[in-house]
Ligand binder design. Structure first.
Ligand code: AHN
Ligand code: ZN
Length: 332
């Protein structure tokens, strides 16, 4: 408490040379406040929004459909514009209902030779069934997945474009995971165990694109495009990577996004970060929109036919994308 006024001064006028010893002392006390003064690119939310729209133009990206394979080709081509290091992991996996699904995990890397690296990821497939739709007639229809899938991928494509303009200070891997959202239909089975979701991420965690792949930490984006999205500190992230959660939330708050990045606990969510934490042993957090006032705990259109492009708010893309760029460029 004693140092608070000095910390605020140090944070605000960090570029001003610190001649008073007291101020320098204050900076040393809390390294999370005294961030290096570095250039951080400006995340372009119009560009990110266009990347979201481009994915939706293929239709729902449901595994084993033409829209799914066309969108994979688009994502690979797009990533290749921004880095020569693009790996595609292809294979077949079985869904909970024994359906064989062709999948493609897409991995784009910067500074592949560097051991000091971070991993950013999102899922690019969309859910085959809108099983939470308010209208029962829609519950076997596919989900557009504007927010649930495409929003996180759109942000990562814009991050990729920015990294092609200004190289990051550390190694970066962007992974677009497939087959996250093929978990059991609500009406089909009561067995909703963890390992039926995130099948692409499970595969990669067991068979990384490079033998012995590791990273300092990982950040997963899920449902990062709804208006006024609220990101609580998700439970599994706190269990495996509390220090990363705290530092990312502190960065977001420092750059002005405290109304989105709430420093309050959220529920535990089964998501792609689970196998990365438990199988790959990389501490990985999930930036995921949770809504304490909705019946499902997620945004209102979650797993409904209403998860469409018109619901995406580019301000939320900006909040998340600018936070990621700040985290990346303040690394060293
Ligand atoms: C569960 O419904 C348990 N997890 C959902 C993870 C998810 C689905 N994220 C997006 N779609
Ligand atoms: Zn989903």
């Amino acid at each position: 408490m004693k140092y608070l006024p000095l910390l605020i001064i140090a944070g605000t006028f960090i570029a001003v040379s610190c001649s008073q010893p007291a101020k320098q002392e204050a900076e040393k006390k809390d390294s999370s406040v005294a961030k290096p003064k570095v250039f951080v690119p400006d995340f372009n939310s119009d560009s990110a929004l266009a990347f979201v729209k481009a994915q939706l133009a293929f239709g729902p990206r449901v595994p084993n459909t033409p829209a799914h394979s066309k969108c994979a080709a688009y994502l690979i081509d797009e990533m290749k514009k921004y880095t020569p290091e693009v790996a595609v992991q292809k294979g077949e996996i079985y869904a909970y209902n024994k359906t064989s699904l062709k999948f493609q995990n897409i991995i784009a890397s910067w500074k592949p030779e560097t051991k000091n690296r971070i991993l950013l990821c999102a899922h690019w497939d969309s859910r085959p069934w809108a099983d939470h739709d308010p209208d029962a007639k829609n519950r076997r229809k596919p989900v557009d997945g504007a927010n649930d899938g495409a929003s996180g991928v759109g942000i990562l494509l814009e991050v990729a474009r920015q990294l092609s303009i200004k190289a990051p200070p550390i190694g970066i891997d962007l992974i677009l995971f497939d087959v996250e959202d093929y978990g059991p239909h609500q009406e089909e089975t009561a067995d909703n165990s963890n390992d039926q979701w995130g099948l692409g991420a499970q595969y990669w965690s067991k068979n990384p694109h490079k033998a012995d792949y590791s990273a300092k930490y990982g950040i997963l984006l899920d449902m990062t495009g709804a208006p006024n999205a609220t990101f609580y500190q998700e439970g599994i992230s706190m269990q495996y990577a509390a220090d990363i959660v705290k530092s990312v939330w502190s960065t977001a708050n420092r750059i002005g996004y405290s109304s989105s990045f709430l420093e309050e606990p959220g529920n535990q969510i089964t998501d792609d970060h689970v196998p990365i934490n438990t199988i790959r042993n990389i501490p990985t957090i999930d930036i995921i929109h949770q809504d304490k006032n909705s019946a499902t705990g997620f945004y209102p259109y979650w797993h409904t036919t209403g998860d469409t492009f018109d619901k995406i708010d580019k301000n939320t893309l900006k909040v998340v994308g600018q936070t990621l760029l700040t985290v990346i460029f303040e690394e060293q």
